[in-house]
Design a protein around this ligand. Sequence first.
Ligand SMILES: [Fe+2]
Length: 440
Amino acid sequence: MKDGFGNIVTTCSEKSVEAIDRFSNSLVGLGTDFAVAFEASDEDPDCAVLSALATQLALFMESPDRGQFIDKFLNRAIAAAPGATEREQLFVEAMNAHCNNDFARATSLHRRLAADYPQDLVSAKIGQTLYFNLGDDEGMLWLADQIIDTHRDCAYAHGMRAFGLEQMSRLEEAEEEGRRATQMLRREPWAHHAVAHVMITQGRLDDGINWMREYSSEWEDCNSFMYTHNWWHLALFHLEKEEFDQALALYDGHIWGQDKTYSQDQINAISMLWRLELAGVEVGDRWEELSEYVAERSFVNDQPFLDMQYAFALARGGRKDALHILLEGMRKVAAEGPEVTKEAWQNVAIPATESFIAYAEGDFKKTLSLLATPREKLQSIGGSHAQRDLFEQVWIHSLMKAKKFDQALPLIQERLDFRAPAKIDQTLFSKAKKFETVAI
Ligand SMILES: [Fe+2]
């Protein structure tokens, strides 16, 4: 049979194909209709690609028993693979590599799929996410470039390419591609997101507010990652305009509160709260409340970008026991983890995390000494340029707090020159200038 993107699926069950289509549309469209994969795989265990998608769903799970689900569906997919097509076999193999933390092999298989079977949009999307977590912008765009001709009429494919272009700093093309996707399909949240990235990178704060407000009504049925992340982007524009009340209201109303147990919700909340505090905003007892949820996580230590921010939230919220468990896990994966991410964990994530803990404790000289080296290599821990900018802000604020205004000033100047000047950077510049004079 064939799925909605035209891929051959080895099954006789219409229900299985329907489940694949529902899952696939949710994945590329940032929806919520994923659970169907588990039930459908149970009913059709010989459908290899369906079980591989169920494995992907198990990977999304964050409960302590997720390993059992991963094993169940992955083993089923591997057992069914010999009777499946080459595309399906490659997809199962990519999932197998992913589950075994062999990210180099997983991404190379997604590349092969994109080159040989460009109609497989789901594979390209999963591959892009893996590259995103590895900080590999080129890989993200490469995958989108491979599949775009086959999916000219699919808004989601253009959205995927728009974000790849943006991360490669090809901003004009990214905006064009994101606007194209949005014209094709008004509800294309990933395209809204890609254009928001272009606008924040260029300092077009009013454009960004107008753009995201225009489409915010389309995010209601998105999964909590996309919902909270797009609202986070809107709050970011307000924050950089120093419209702090609006940013805080978006934090309370949209960014924090969808699924307080989910990783991405927590990361968006941590990132916004931290930035607000850096800007001098009083955030009340929000850290206490947020860190309570972070402390209840079962940490899987699969992405340094997440762990680094959990650690700050735990330190800031005074959750010492949970912080200790998190750090133990991080050190373990740094010592024993996959080769491709070892350097990122050992030489970037661990010292940067220790520097953030020092920041939370008010030891800014220690923050500076620990962050100096990892700061140069932060791309390797994953996340977007806009997300990682938080860490650069921590560096600059630490310089200021340590009274190293002469070092902070050129960095703030760089930010002002890089894009249309944002009010938040102008204020910081004036402050550094004022204190530098006083210091002299
Ligand atoms: Fe983003």
